[in-house]
Design a protein around this ligand. Structure first.
Ligand code: SF4
Length: 235
């Protein structure tokens, strides 16, 4: 049994698998607010909240994805690399020609996971060690080492969360400089913390960071309207 507990399918045919595992304690973690995909309708989310969490085996996960003609899955949640079954799951997906895109804090990234993944969103929460510990409760030494090792532009997208209470634009610029020092071709996505209501300073920050690392961008999540399809659990 893996820690997968929730699957949704997007309009482009890709799916998102959520893992109910993470030993970090990021102050802004969306899991503190909502364990379910926040793009689902309020009605579906209300139904899910009454259901509770039930883990799903690898075989059933693959079966659901095949039945729904999914060819690319994003693995996130949660921290998928903390699931001991992750590599088995990714191998089973590969056998069925379903590609995996890992969304990770990078601490437990390995050669095996790197090889199995089609792509990796590698989140660098903070470069400053003290800030990283305050934000996540964890040291970032392994994260930094792993980014130097696995930061390959053909497979890795770097990411961070703008959270001005602790990760302000100066810290994001430092992260961008680090990415630039590893490889200037690596794309760098900045997300606003979910708690942030006014995005004007965030957008200004993205412009400033772009001057340090040209491959910087952000996604206009909050303007998305089409809800994904719920694949598991059904309500
Ligand atoms: S590493 Fe990710 S899942 Fe874990 S607490 Fe931080 S934001 Fe949440």
């Amino acid at each position: 049994m893996s820690y997968v507990y929730h699957i949704v399918k997007f309009k482009d045919g890709s799916a998102y698998l959520m893992f109910d595992v993470c030993s970090w304690n990021c102050l802004y973690c969306v899991r503190n607010l909502n364990m379910w995909c926040s793009s689902l309708s309020a009605h579906v989310q209300a139904g899910l909240k009454t259901k509770g969490i039930k883990y799903i085996g690898i075989e059933e996960t693959v079966k659901i994805l095949k039945e729904n003609s999914v060819s690319l899955v994003f693995l996130g949640g949660g921290e998928p690399t903390q699931d001991p079954m992750l590599s088995d799951l990714m191998r089973s997906l590969k056998k069925e020609n379903i590609e995996s895109w890992l969304i990770t804090n990078g601490e437990l990234l390995s050669d095996e996971l790197f090889e199995l993944a089609k792509g990796i969103t590698f989140s660098i929460k903070a470069l400053d060690r003290a800030k990283h510990i305050r934000l996540t409760g964890m040291d970032n030494q392994k994260v930094v080492e792993n980014f130097k090792r696995y930061g390959k532009p053909e497979k890795v997208v770097a990411e961070t969360v703008y959270f001005p209470a602790l990760i302000d634009c100066n810290e994001v610029v430092e992260i961008a400089k680090f990415i630039e020092s590893v490889d200037s071709r690596i794309r760098f996505r900045i997300d606003p913390a979910v708690q942030l209501k006014d995005l004007s300073a965030f957008r200004e920050c993205v412009k400033n960071v772009k001057m340090v690392h040209e491959k910087t961008y952000y996604i206009k999540f909050r303007e998305k309207t089409e809800a994904p399809e719920l694949l598991y659990p059904l309500v």
